[in-house]
Design a protein around this ligand. Structure first.
Ligand code: G6P
Ligand code: MG
Length: 214
């Protein structure tokens, strides 16, 4: 049975995944590295340093920590510019309705995000108060696919992992959920998100009945 649903943020609850991609792509272009949308599937859910290092490796570049720090700062500044306009309108359709249903059934709502900007984003989306617990990249050492952020969320919710469902748009995230001993629901393409029990095109396709039957 399901006692908690733990959501990823970027690409699940809101459209920010595309802005992470744009900002990484701009940086890669500047470095002369070819970075495609296909490559980006590997980076969804991966933290900032891990993402940068993946791109640098693709370009055969090894940089000093100081240079890495500068590039991460540059990417983040660009990303923050791209999301500067976000409001509750950027919440994906169906999120509020699903949250309402979960609450009505006493199912807890958690967040497990690899982003250090997660608190800012949920605040701007107007949903910060809806979460029973928020776990993000500022509190963990190991990025998805490591299960740490999902396990922290479950602990914060006081629900054992086997009673949690995780919802993710990233391959790394689905792996993290499975390694946490939770049930994984994918948002996106079933061919990409192998490892998920079920895959829906968007959050609005998830019904409470489906969650309870997982
Ligand atoms: C999420 C996104 C990634 C992003 C990562 C770090 O997991 O899916 O695309 O790189 O968070 O985000 P941050 O906001 O900390 O740079
Ligand atoms: Mg995501």
């Amino acid at each position: 049975s399901c006692r908690a649903v733990i959501f990823d943020l970027d690409g699940v609850l809101t459209d920010t995944a595309i802005y992470h991609f744009y900002a990484w792509k701009a940086l890669a272009d500047e470095l002369g590295i070819n970075f495609t949308e296909h490559d980006n599937e590997q980076l969804k859910g991966v933290d900032r340093l891990g993402s940068l290092r993946w791109i640098l490796q693709k370009g055969g570049l090894t940089l000093s920590e100081a240079e890495e720090a500068r590039l991460m700062q540059q990417k983040n500044a660009h990303y923050l510019e791209l999301i500067d306009h976000i409001t509750p309108d950027n919440l994906y359709p169906g999120v509020t309705a699903l949250f309402t249903q979960l609450k009505r059934h006493g199912i807890k709502i958690g967040l497990a995000s690899a982003s250090k900007n997660a608190a800012f984003v949920v605040e701007r989306l107007g949903i910060a108060a809806q979460f029973d617990y928020i776990a993000d990249a500022n509190q963990v050492l190991n990025s998805k696919p490591d299960p740490e952020v999902f396990l922290l969320a479950a602990k914060g919710l006081a629900v054992a992992p086997q009673y949690c469902i995780g919802v993710e748009d990233a391959l790394a995230g689905i792996e993290a959920i499975n390694r946490a001993g939770m049930k994984a629901i994918g948002i996106g393409d079933a061919k990409v998100l192998s490892g998920a029990i079920r895959v829906y095109p968007a959050v609005k396709a998830i019904t409470l009945e489906e969650l309870l039957s997982v």
